[in-house]
Each structure stands twice: as structure tokens, then as C-alpha cells.
Design a binder for this molecule. Sequence first.
Ligand code: SF4
Length: 315
Amino acid sequence: MEKIRLGISTCLLGENVRYDGGHKLDRFLTDTLGQYVEYVPVCPEVECGLPIPRESMHLEGDPESPRLVTSRTKQDMTERMVRWAEKRVVEIEEEGLCGFIFKSDSPSSGMERVKVYNEKGMPVKRGTGMFARIFMEHFPLLPVEEEGRLHDPNLRENFIERIFILKRWREALTEKESRGIVVNFHTQHKLLILSHSPKHYQTMGKLVAKAKELSIKELYQQYQTILMEALQLKTTPKKHANVLQHMMGYFKEQLSADEKQELLEVIDHYRQEYIPLIVPTTLIQHYVRKYDQPYLKEQVYLNPHPLELQLRNHV
Ligand code: SF4
């Protein structure tokens, strides 16, 4: 697989673009995730023409549509930032991004819970950075996260899984147009989708079953929309345990009573969060290999992202 293209707030890469001339290097993003992705850096404040260093800024006014104002001299930068951001998101369409990682708490780049000050100078943490808001409105289904939230193992796993799946989908679409692309992709991702949302799993199954009734373009578009909506819904130990038990059903004939009992116990221990997800999935993978189970062998659920990232060791 080619590297995944991801947008990122420039200061997270260690570039000295912050208002104080510093950076916010995040080593997980550069050294670990960076092995699999190609970053497209965006610094809204510098790219809209502000110098380094510069006066710090904040959001103020109505948290639903705040203004971007410099903290000391109270210059209003809202129009300048909005004008630049609306143009920049159109340019970014050409970049083929599979997601964006924003710098938290920034009045320009923060994705959520950014401070917005009222007229008395009191902050409420309900705002979104000005560029981040325009970006998310322009690309509503693109996976987005903040570097701070990526320290949470569940959010990290979810985000990275989504960018890998979106990349796989985009690669599938580079093949010659055909409904078969959607059918194959869906077959390989069924259990992964089920681990996020049984409801979307059913809807997508019905969509694929009536693939011939839609034009190929409509099919691609509808499938991609539902896929990204499904993956936005978080997995839970209960949903994973259901998928794992479903997989166990494929070995009804092969496993001994003792092996079945052991696998059930491992799944239950995972469901109760005594052990991480990597334990039951490794055991199932062992049986998939041993018995060469053709359907499960193809399931992306068992290998959604590189093992080296160790994401399932912590969820
Ligand atoms: S938070 Fe955003 S605007 Fe601020 S320095 Fe980083 S990339 Fe630039």
C-alpha cells in the first residue's frame, strides 16, 4: 500500500510556526505513525499571512460563530482567516487526504472544546478553531482527530483504522469501474463494519444486494457515505465480542469441546476488559490459518492496520 496522505497542523511536525516561534512536536505522529503516512502540513495562521512570531489570538463572542481576535491589541482576524480557509479547503480537495490531525486548543486549528471568551473575559470550552470548522464543514465524512485525543488508545485505534480503510477504499476505486469492486470490498470488510454498527452492516448488505439497480457512480457514492458513517461509530468490547463469537461459528466442525470452551473464555475475558483485543483476535487467527478458513482469511477485521502500531494491545 502507498503511504496514506494525511493533513496535519504544521506545528505538530516540529516546525517553528507557533505564535511564540516554537513548535508542538508529537513524536508518535512523526516517528511511529509517520512510517505509514505522508503528511500534508497546514498552518492556518502562517498561511493566511501572519508573521512568526506574532501576537497570540483567541476566539470570542458566540461559541457557535465566534470571532478570531488578537489577545492584546484586539485586532479582528476573522475575515482574513475565513477568506483564506474557504479558498484553502478547495485546494486541499486535490491532495487526496484520508484524514486530518489538528492541534488541540488552538483558536485556528482546534477541533473541539476550544476556549471562547465572553464579553466579561470568561472562557467556555465550546468552540472550534476557525480553520478546523471550515475544513470539517467542507469534508464532513473525512476522519479527523486532535493530537491530544490520539493519546487515548480507543480513539487512536478508531482513527487509524478509519484512515487505513478509507485508503483501501480509494485504492479499490482506482481499478476499472465495476460493481464488483464494491461487492469485493464489502465482502472483505463485512466483519469490520459489523464491529462498528450492526445497523449499518445490514443497510450496506441491502445496498450491495441491489447494486445492479443503481448506476455505478451512485453505488460508489452511497457505499462510501454509509461506510464512513459506520466507521465513525465507535466499537465497544460488546460489539467486538459479538463479532468474535460470530467468527467462532465458522469452526463449529473443527474445534474440540475443550478448544471451544477456551475460545469462549478468552472472548468473555476480553468482553469484561481483563485482556486486550489482540488476545482473542490472535487466537482466532491461529485457527483461521490452521484450518485455512477461506472467508475469514479475507476479513480485514483480523488485520485492519499494521501490527507494529500495537493498537489492539491497548483496547
Ligand atoms: S496550532 Fe495551527 S495555527 Fe497554530 S501554529 Fe499550529 S498549525 Fe499553526
